[in-house]
Ligand binder design. Sequence first.
Ligand code: 0L1
Ligand code: MG
Length: 257
Amino acid sequence: MIGPDIAGIAEKLGVAADDATAIPQLAAETGLDVDAAYAVQTALVKRRLDRGERLVGLKMGLTSKAKMAQVGVDEVIWGRLTDVMRVPDGGAVDVGDFIHPRVEPEVAFLLDRLPDPGEPVGSFTRAVRAVAPAIELIDSRYANFTFSLPDVIADNTSAAAFVVGPWSPVPDGLDNLGVLLEIDGRVAQVGSTAAILGDPRRALDEGLRLAGRHGVRLRKGWVFLAGAATAAVPLRPGAHVRATVEKLGSASLKALS
Ligand code: 0L1
Ligand code: MG
């Protein structure tokens, strides 16, 4: 039996992102399962690397119940981050570069000495040099932000852009810090880092385990987005977005008018 056309699906998703034009879901029609979907993700990200982008990290997706409920998919997933996706703290994005962008408050880790593949993280403070508040801008390439599990994996877990706030040394506890997402100074979402797999440190174990299954090794110096503590909020032109994590401070982003 002939399997799904990995390169062809990656090309469709890549063009959808480049043109900021939504496409219909692909997985059901092409018989894409989870493993094949990660192969599409690899091909989709390679398309970026081939035009000069650099891998700078890894992101976890759907690590909270709020996020799972928002999109109707209930498995933790992971995707890749490139240098072109990174927006400086306080920087601006053009909403027109995206299809239907949403923002969500996250916790970022700066990776340091990582265990060998297959080993648990063990000492979090050895594996992570610093932590920071972050904003992830997600933008599903599928119409109506609607997808199945293999669809969203193939689409690099909707990764589109991210902002990392100031790095701090790893605080004593990361498991129950207040999280706030403000849009134009008004509270849009409130949560706790406990929403991220009970403790965002667990996201790193999951990232090592899940990415390791696909032969992907996390690297020293990479940014690791542990996941969102709340549901995501649509990003409108002209909006000022601020994500604050207790003890860690804030990251911010502007959408051009
Ligand atoms: O980062 C995320 O949790 C997003 C994962 C993909 C689902 C979505 O697009 O909301
Ligand atoms: Mg996210």
